[in-house]
Design a protein around this ligand. Structure first.
Ligand SMILES: [Zn+2]
Length: 488
């Protein structure tokens, strides 16, 4: 029961009862099977449950044990990196099994203390779940005002297609830091009338931070905690909530826009358009997080199952974009594609990679990343061509990364790569001429809403924040100047 309660308390909240029931049944079966097998092998009714318990505890504490050492190095080695942590954890299992004196289970005390330990384990997440529910009540931050400012009504404002390409980096960084030439794709966009920015940097290095800023058209609330360092004032849950109920939606709705939300935020708790892949008992967030606690978390949950889930969601979202083209506007179609995000699933031509190549992605592989980029490019061009040929009136199309890939160590150049983003715009009145498009996402919708929808929104200064990407970052480092020095 411990892993299930843990996932409910710390990660996903209360899952659907069917997901909970299926996973509980699977866990129960697996446990029974392990105990049964051990009893047959050891021919000892007392030792078998003892070893099984040790094994399951070992199994489900991998993620927690790893979390304890994340960010620390021993003799310069990052012991938390999965390449080191998985073999280390297997060694712990071997050691534990070798050290369990087989007679120990016969002693009543040993079994009793194990039971007490198990009850404690169970109480811990229940207690802390209740504690955090009481104390994490949303702090009400001074919000920028819930009312929408007046706007000058425009006749027939254009449809807006916002393609958010997760972890799609910038052309200059691809070329100079990774030796990959993406100019052919950008050329194709320019040929279709797009303006492609040569140097654009994300304001934040993680998806939910970046999108909270983009869609609320403002920097996240933070307090300075040292030279160039800031601490976020909102919890990750509050930040995600601010994406779901974002300012851009509110402004556009007040101007008569319809919203076609094909983002990753709605599906988290159901309600998104592409629900079908998530009905699969093994692709839902609850099951994935359960596996994520174990040593199989990286290869099976994060690589194989997340990858499969994304590779079903992306085409579903692209289909939904195509369906939306001919519906009456004005509308905002916001589609978030995971094609260029880990794990990498496809060849350049869109064939699935062999399973071993998917599960074994521990270190991020540049060649695989660029195969994904090539495949994503062809998917994007297809969708864009359909939008341009079927739209009743010339639309706005923004194709933007939320941050770049984490393909290098986070030194100066690694940070620059991580902050670099794809940024290309089709504007109805640009006529192929180069337009001054915003160079960071903070101004994406300030620009669009002012120029095409009739709001008065001044651009903000470009600022860029980096963060340690293990876990959910709370402390940010202002790297605006550093990026400028590296890339004047
Ligand atoms: Zn992202």
């Amino acid at each position: 029961m411990y892993p299930m309660v843990y996932v409910c308390a710390y990660i996903v909240g209360v899952p659907r009862s069917i997901e909970f029931a299926v996973d509980a049944a699977v866990l129960f079966l697996v446990t029974t099977l392990i105990v049964g097998l051990l009893q047959i092998v050891l021919r000892d009714r007392d030792t078998a449950p003892f070893i099984a318990t040790f094994f399951l505890m070992w199994m489900f504490s991998y993620a927690s044990a790893r979390a304890l050492v994340v960010g620390r190095t021993v003799f310069g080695i990052r012991i938390w990196s999965h390449t080191i942590a998985i073999p280390l954890w297997l060694a712990v299992l071997g050691l534990g099994l070798a050290l369990i004196p087989f007679k120990i289970a016969a002693r009543p005390n040993a079994v009793r203390s194990l039971n007490v330990f198990a009850v404690l384990l169970l109480l811990l997440p229940i207690g802390s779940g209740m504690w955090s529910q009481r104390h994490d009540a949303p702090q009400s931050l001074p919000s920028s005002g819930d009312q929408t400012p007046p706007h000058v009504v425009q006749s027939n404002p254009p449809d807006i297609y916002f393609f958010l390409m997760d972890a799609y980096g910038g052309e200059k960084e691809f070329r100079s830091l990774l030796g990959f030439d993406n100019t052919k794709f950008l050329g194709e966009l320019v040929r279709r009338g797009f303006t492609a920015s040569e140097r654009s940097y994300s304001n934040y290095p993680a998806t939910y931070l970046s999108l909270a800023a983009t869609l609320n058209m403002d920097y996240l609330a933070s307090a300075p905690v040292g030279a160039g360092q800031y601490k976020l004032l909102q919890s990750p849950q509050e930040i995600v909530e601010s994406i779901r109920h974002n300012t851009v939606y509110r402004y556009l709705q007040s101007a008569g826009y319809k919203l076609v939300d094909l983002s990753i935020w709605d599906e988290i708790r159901g309600g998104g358009k592409c629900q079908e892949p998530l009905e699969n008992p093994f692709l839902n967030s609850f099951s994935l997080e359960l596996i994520n606690m174990t040593v199989l978390g990286k290869p099976i949950a994060q690589n194989l199952l997340w990858g499969l889930r994304n590779s079903r969601l992306d085409p579903c979202r692209l289909d939904a974009v195509r369906e939306a083209i001919v519906t009456n506007g004005p509308k905002l179609v916001y589609v978030h594609l995971m094609l260029t995000h880990v794990p990498y699933m496809f060849t350049d031509g869109g064939e699935f990679l062999p399973v071993w190549q998917i599960v074994s992605q521990v270190k991020i592989n540049r060649a695989l990343y660029f195969s994904q980029v090539n495949f994503a490019n062809s998917q994007l061009l297809n969708a864009i061509d359909q939008i341009l040929s079927s739209s009743p009136r010339p639309p706005i199309i923004v194709v933007e990364g939320d941050h770049g890939p984490a393909l290098m160590d986070p030194d100066a150049e690694g940070i620059r790569l991580r902050q670099s983003i794809l940024n290309a715009w089709y504007l109805p009145d640009a006529g192929g001429a180069t337009t001054d498009i915003p160079s960071s996402p903070i101004n994406t919708f300030r620009f669009l809403l002012s120029r095409y929808v009739g709001f008065q929104l001044d651009p903000l200064d470009d600022r860029h924040f980096a963060a340690d990407l293990e876990g959910k970052p709370r402390t940010l480092v202002d790297v605006t100047e550093r990026l400028r020095e590296l890339h004047p």
